[in-house]
Unconditional design. Structure first.
Length: 113
């Protein structure tokens, strides 16, 4: 096995970790650093789906709905690019690895190596 096969494997593992980490972070709930009138921390939903019902019913001077929307946008701003970049690099590594391994199996040893 050539050195680029090992690199492709390691890059693929890192990409899968980036994708899994991004999707997991999107799945975690987003909370504000404030509490409603009943003492519960204001929950804004997850990165996948917003739930602004608690923020809308929470009594208080600041507008919790706007704060929740900002918190959700911030969560999505760093997780979605993480998943997209990881996915693109994973597809590119899989394509390059498939074409390199295809040349080796059809024509024998890869002339580049």
């Amino acid at each position: 096995m050539h050195h680029y096969h090992h690199r492709a494997f390691y890059i693929g593992v890192v990409c899968v970790a980036l994708i899994a980490g991004g999707l997991l972070a999107l799945n975690f709930p987003v909370f504000l650093d404030t509490y409603d009138q009943w003492g519960f921390q204001v929950n804004c939903g997850t990165g996948f789906a917003s739930d602004l019902s608690q923020a809308a019913t929470a009594a208080g001077q600041p507008n919790y709905v706007d704060q929740c929307e900002t918190a959700l946008i911030l969560r999505r701003l760093w997780t979605i690019p993480l998943v997209v970049v990881g996915s693109i690099v994973l597809v590119m590594v899989a394509f390059v690895a498939a074409t390199a391994w295809g040349r080796e199996s059809v024509f024998g040893e890869d002339p580049v190596a």
